[in-house]
Design a protein around this ligand. Structure first.
Ligand SMILES: [Zn+2]
Length: 229
C-alpha cells in the first residue's frame, strides 16, 4: 500500500469510526439529563390544595394546585420528599406549613415554592442526596441563573440550603401579596398525565435582573431578593 493509499485508508477508517460512535454519545447525553420542558404562563384560578400521595411529602403540606403537574413530573424523575410548601393561614382558620420560618417575601407564602430533601434520606449529606443535587443542577445550571419556570433555586452556595439541609424551588409568578394567590404562574407547557387543563397563555417575558432586597416592588415579579427561601 502506498503512502497516499494508506493515508486515505486511515482517514476513512477514522471517519467511519467517529460516525459509528455518534449515536452512542447522543444516547449518553439523553440518559444523563432529564429533558427540558418548554414553559408557559398559566392564568386561571389558583387554589391552595393538599399535595397528593403521588408526590412524596410531609403530612399536611399544601401548594397552589397550578404547580402540582410540575411537581408530579419532578417526582417521577427525582427521588424527592417535600418538607414544606404553602406556609400560611387557611380559610378554615387553620395554618399550613411552618409558621413564619421562611424569609420575608418568600414564595412559600403564595404556595408557589417547595422545600425538598431526599426520599429515604438519612439527614446527612451523603449519596442519598445525589438525586437532589442532580435536580438542583438541572433547575439551576449556573448559580443564580435558574432555568424557567423556576424563579429561585436554593442549594449549595446559598446560606441555609444545600446538600444535608434542603433544596428550595420557587416558580415564576405574578406579584402577589403574602397569603394571596398569584394571577399567573409559569409552569411546564407539556401536559403530563394529570396536568391541569390548558388555560389562556402568552409567551413568557424574560425575568428581570435581581434587585437588592428592600427595593421597590416590581411590576411583574414579587419580592426578588438575595435570599428567598
Ligand atoms: Zn424554601
Amino acid at each position: 500500500m502506498s503512502h497516499r493509499l494508506l493515508a486515505s485508508f486511515w482517514a476513512r477508517f477514522v471517519a467511519v469510526f467517529a460516525l459509528s460512535l455518534a449515536p452512542l454519545f447522543a444516547v449518553c447525553a439523553y440518559s444523563q439529563a432529564a429533558p427540558i420542558p418548554a414553559t408557559k404562563l398559566l392564568y386561571g384560578v389558583g387554589k391552595i390544595v393538599p399535595i397528593p400521595s403521588s408526590i412524596p411529602h410531609e403530612e399536611g403540606d399544601m401548594v397552589d394546585k397550578r404547580i402540582l403537574p410540575d411537581l408530579r413530573w419532578i417526582a417521577k424523575r427525582y427521588p424527592i420528599f417535600v418538607t414544606d410548601g404553602y406556609s400560611g393561614p387557611l380559610p378554615n382558620g387553620e395554618h399550613a406549613g411552618c409558621n413564619r420560618c421562611h424569609t420575608r417575601g418568600s414564595d412559600h407564602y403564595n404556595g408557589l415554592a417547595v422545600d425538598i430533601v431526599p426520599l429515604n434520606g438519612d439527614g446527612k449529606c451523603d449519596t442519598t442526596w445525589n438525586g437532589i443535587t442532580r435536580l438542583a443542577l438541572w433547575a439551576e445550571p449556573a448559580q443564580n441563573k435558574p432555568r424557567a419556570p423556576f424563579r429561585w433555586v436554593g442549594y449549595d452556595g446559598d446560606a441555609g440550603h444545600g446538600c444535608g439541609n434542603h433544596l428550595h424551588l420557587s416558580w415564576n409568578h405574578a406579584t402577589a401579596a403574602e397569603y394571596t394567590l398569584a394571577q399567573w404562574v409559569e409552569v411546564f407547557a407539556a401536559n403530563v398525565k394529570g396536568a391541569a387543563p390548558t388555560a389562556p397563555t402568552k409567551p413568557p417575558e424574560p425575568p428581570p435582573p435581581p434587585r437588592p432586597s428592600g427595593g421597590v416592588a416590581q411590576a411583574s415579579y414579587g419580592g426578588v431578593s438575595a435570599r428567598v427561601d
